[in-house]
Design a protein around this ligand. Structure first.
Ligand code: NI
Length: 289
């Protein structure tokens, strides 16, 4: 068990009620705009991705990989993923680690984000929307090949607690299919939209549900300086930070986040690396982040 060894106040929460209290309520209370503007099923792809973004350059991410979970990808990606896994993994029991997470993509700004992350040899976790994966499979492929972790964030971003059990399973299954078609593997982690969970939702998959401890509210405050300031101020060793890579203001904030947290000695790791290289086994969040 790696949890106890993680530095700082991070701790595993097994009680679902505590997780929702810590992370769900505030986010949900503040997400009226989030759900209507960003996540309407029809508008998600068209609104967020019709904008002209940075060129989708397919440049390989340079530099030796600092860390990355071992993965078995399709042949085309196996070499780069293996080199990522061969590098000595970061031990979050000994160094300050933070897991930056990016939700709701992939989209037209994701490639620029990948370049920022590569410049700092940072690894991150992307909780992707299935329908956006279907629209941008090549972006997901580049994300995965760069050594980042891919988690599922449902097919169309519904509040899962309002769906039938069968519909919840369909949201996971469709996303799994799209991710598998793009990168050859299925997500080992799931982040429920809005952090909304119920006992029924939990029963529909055995995979861990990953929430967050630091909410940058980047979807609300489309202001790079403000987003960067919030992230940098709030991060503690073991933090899981919530961003959305569908917003250009968020992507523009990341160089500052990486620069300032690097200067404080932080290493940027995937969620699974934060937990010692294995996906966490239970519903968890970082309390009071
Ligand atoms: Ni989301």
């Amino acid at each position: 068990m790696h949890i106890g060894a993680i530095r700082g106040t991070a701790r595993l929460i097994t009680a679902l009620a505590m997780v929702t209290a810590a992370c769900g309520a505030g986010h949900r209370a503040a997400t009226a705009d989030h759900s209507t503007t960003d996540h309407s099923t029809t508008g998600h792809t068209t609104t967020d991705h019709s904008a002209t973004g940075p060129a989708a350059a397919g440049a390989a991410i340079a530099g030796p990989a600092a860390e990355g979970p071992a993965a078995t990808g399709p042949a085309v990606t196996r070499r780069s993923r293996r080199s990522a896994a061969d590098a000595k993994p970061i031990d979050c029991r000994r160094v300050k680690c933070v897991a930056l997470t990016f939700d709701d993509g992939p989209g037209v700004y994701t490639d620029e984000l990948l370049r920022h992350l590569a410049a700092y040899r940072a690894r991150a976790t992307f909780f992707v929307i299935g329908q956006n994966v279907a629209a941008h499979p090549e972006v997901l492929r580049r994300t995965y090949e760069a050594g980042h972790e891919i988690g599922g964030h449902t097919w169309s971003h519904p509040d899962l607690t309002k769906l039938t059990a069968a519909a919840v399973r369909a949201q996971f299954a469709r996303t799994d299919q799209a991710v598998k078609a793009a990168i050859g593997v299925t997500p080992k982690l799931i982040r429920p939209p809005y952090g909304a969970l119920s006992a029924s939702v939990r029963r529909q998959t055995r995979r861990p549900m990953v929430l967050w401890s630091v909410d940058t509210l980047d979807w609300l405050h489309r202001d790079s300086a403000r987003v960067a300031r919030k992230a940098v101020r709030s991060v503690r060793p073991g933090s899981i930070v919530l961003f959305h890579d569908i917003h250009p203001t968020t992507v523009a904030a990341i160089p500052q986040v990486l620069k300032l947290l690097s200067a404080r000695g932080y290493r940027f790791v995937t969620v699974s690396r934060l937990f010692g290289g294995e996906p966490p086994r239970l519903v968890y969040s970082r309390a009071r982040g």
